[in-house]
Ligand binder design. Structure first.
Ligand code: MG
Length: 288
């Protein structure tokens, strides 16, 4: 199931991406004499029961959104937290010439950084070393406090693609500004859809990025140093993870930071970045 959100009168509304197009979940449910949650946040609160309500709407739908003029919203618009894991792929640590960390390295972004699939993102004029980072993003489904690794994935609601956009000339300036360099408005695009957790194995997914069509990153989530279950176990040991929290799980090798100095091509206005993850789809954004 591919769940999306779109903007309707300034509020996020639920949709289903199907081969026929995007189903307007609320309208389709009304047509069938039932009701469904209005937006993703309400759906996450219902958990499996919500997914059982939505699933049938993808069969022979009538209430499809027009092909043009629909503005997608991020698949989650008001997460309590956007948590990010740094340096979590073996080959990425190698390209950065850094030792493997002994435990998940945590930083965060704020919700102002969220952007939707298809959205144009502004690169601030103050800096110039803008980089992409393809990442699997987990959306938490239930409160998780001190959960064991073996049961940690039970607390995930779904998965989406993310781009942990980074400003390298700020990240490594002034003593190391991880947060500030990664949380400009729009610097955490997610999408294009959310796939329910039960449909994917987060430890074995091909993940790639392309810039203007050119392949830059190509890996598999099996190269993660700390698999998602270990990340959730570790974070939830320190604080309670809540429904809707987003976890960016780190990026594989191939980011511009790891390229030789004389060949670096930082992102610039007019560029297009595509993040593709097996079983989810392709998140595409352009820059201005
Ligand atoms: Mg990252």
């Amino acid at each position: 199931m591919q769940l999306i959100q779109f903007w309707r009168n300034g509020s996020p509304a639920l949709g289903l991406q199907t081969p026929s197009g995007i189903v307007d979940a609320a309208a389709e449910a009304t047509r069938r004499g039932c009701t469904v949650p209005e937006h993703m946040e309400a759906l996450i609160a219902l958990g499996e029961a919500g997914l059982r309500l939505l699933g049938p709407l993808a069969q022979d739908p009538v209430c499809l959104l027009p092909a043009e003029g629909v503005r997608l919203a991020p698949v989650v618009t008001r997460p309590g937290r956007i948590l990010c894991i740094g340096l979590n792929y073996r080959q990425h640590a190698r390209e950065c010439d850094l030792p493997l960390p002994p435990a998940p390295v945590l930083f965060n972004k704020f919700s102002n950084a969220l952007a939707a699939h298809g959205e144009e993102i502004t690169l601030p004029a103050d800096y110039k070393e803008y980089d992409y980072e393809a990442e699997l993003v987990a959306v938490m489904g239930k409160p998780a406090r001190d959960v064991p690794q073996e049961r940690a994935l039970d607390y995930v609601f779904g998965y989406t693609c993310g781009n942990d956009l980074s400003t390298r000339d700020l990240q490594f300036a002034r003593g190391g500004q991880w947060l500030l360099s990664k949380t400009f408005d729009g610097f955490a695009p997610i999408g294009p859809c959310l796939v329910p957790a039960g449909e994917l194995d987060p430890d074995h997914l091909d993940i790639s990025s392309r810039v203007n069509g050119e392949l830059r990153q190509s890996s598999n989530t099996s190269d993660m140093i700390f698999p998602l279950a270990r990340i959730i176990a570790d974070l939830s040991h320190h604080f309670t993870l809540l429904p809707g929290d987003l976890i960016f799980t780190g990026t594989p090798q191939g980011v511009m930071q790891g390229w030789p100095a004389d060949r670096k091509q930082w992102l610039k206005a007019g560029d297009q970045v595509e993040i593709t993850i097996q079983g989810i789809g392709t998140l595409c954004n352009t820059f201005c």
